[in-house]
Design a protein around this ligand. Structure first.
Ligand code: FEO
Length: 398
């Protein structure tokens, strides 16, 4: 058992690390794990803000009992019902049957679908507050960051925002729990991957949520995943503002689908020409090798996207099709797009990538190029327009 981790006067972090799970939501890879953060306030009244994933087992609620030392748990505040945070609610209800559940009407609906009817419920959806003694909690509905019931809890005494998934991050807390105890470089890419994979689809709602806190003093951000931001909360708030406005860095990600290496040759050629034209951030990924989670992250990271596909049964390559569908689904905007491909006996890759371009509405920087057979050098030079135009547009807006 660790020493108590004080977030502020009478507020404790009681999160857990998950290093066993391979896939978050059974889809997104967790090479460096993930933390589920929960917070306990031991004031004149006691309150728990969110729980953790059920994989924590009894140790989570055992720990709460130790902290409470025989006192009752008065409130369970539910900012978000997804099971990585509500997984221990059943155990909490068994150990503290008189606990009052704090949420909103949508929380209640989802709660009852998971855990049965609740009588002891406080609906704070219309502005109610909870007075714990020293700490006073107010609540702000932030629907669709990440589910419809999502809300955030603000401690008006210490100016702490308990933000749910917002400002969260993949990666376990390996000793350092606060932003001044970690090297942010380790977390920065994983934070963007978390945003783009989990929250990005709801970017317009993130903007609405940020607007609600524009005039609120926030000294500390306590998310349900990743570090606590007490040294410089404006850093992550700024990142969320940037990402939810679809702003990106000057760089290009090239993603290709290639069965026998011919489309890959084109990708490498375009990448080399981008570098000759001055682009310094270039990533090239094989759609069959790199998990879609990282492809989406890099597309969220860079302004330029170049997609290349071989033809496959008169269509684009299936994994490229999956990527395109997911990009439409997440709705990332304001990207510059280049398209290329190759075919042996009929087309299909480029034709369908162009349909994707129309649907997603990104600016096509140059005519698409589709090469026949094994590309010769003079064939490859047909792609020079894509590299040149992409570099100009990326660097122009730097
Ligand atoms: Fe971390 Fe939407 O749950």
């Amino acid at each position: 058992m660790f020493d108590k981790v004080n977030v502020a006067e009478r507020i404790f972090w009681i999160g857990v690390n998950d290093r066993r799970r391979h896939l978050f939501e059974n889809i997104w890879p967790l090479p460096t794990g993930v933390s589920y953060n929960s917070y306990l306030i031991c004031d004149e009244k006691t309150a728990l803000i969110d729980t953790v994933d059920f994989t924590a087992g009894n140790s989570f609620v055992d720990g709460i009992e130790k902290y409470l030392a025989g006192r009752p748990l008065d409130y369970l505040v539910i900012n978000h019902m997804e099971l990585d945070h509500s997984g221990e609610i059943k155990e909490i209800l068994q150990r503290f049957p008189d606990v009052k559940i704090v949420g909103n009407a949508t929380t209640k609906r989802i709660f009852e679908a998971y855990f049965g009817i609740i009588e002891n419920f406080l609906d704070v959806g219309r502005g109610a507050t909870v007075d714990l003694g020293y700490h006073k909690l107010s609540f702000t509905l932030t629907p669709w960051v990440h589910w419809p019931e999502t809300m955030m809890t603000y401690d008006t005494t210490e100016k702490i925002l308990f933000s749910g998934d917002a400002f969260g991050c993949f990666g376990t807390l390996d000793g350092g729990i606060f932003d001044d105890e970690i090297n942010f470089d380790f977390y920065s890419d994983e934070m963007l991957r978390y945003y783009s994979n989990i929250v990005g689809k709801y970017s317009p709602m993130v903007q609405k949520a940020l607007a609600k806190f524009a005039d609120v003093e926030i000294k500390c951000v306590c998310s349900t995943h990743g570090p606590i931001w007490r040294d410089d909360p404006s850093k992550v708030i700024g990142l969320y503002d940037k990402w939810s406005k679809y702003e990106a860095d000057a760089g290009v990600v090239i993603i290709f689908a290639s069965m026998y290496g011919n489309t890959e040759k084109i990708a490498d050629y375009i990448g080399r020409k981008l570098a000759e034209n001055g682009v310094r951030n270039i990533r090239i990924h094989d759609v069959s090798k790199t998990h879609i989670s990282y492809l989406i992250r890099d597309i969220w990271k860079y302004k330029g996207v170049i997609l290349g596909s071989c033809a496959y049964n008169l269509e684009m390559f299936p994994l490229m099709e999956q990527l395109c569908r997911e990009l439409e689904h997440t709705g990332v905007q304001q990207r510059k797009l280049g398209i290329f491909g190759s075919y042996s006996w009929n087309g299909g890759g480029v034709k369908n990538l162009l349909k994707f371009a129309e649907r997603i509405g990104w600016e096509l920087v140059s005519d698409a190029v589709e090469l026949h057979g094994i590309p010769k050098y003079e064939d490859l030079t047909r792609c020079d327009g894509i590299s040149k135009s992409m570099a100009e547009k990326i660097l122009m807006t730097e």
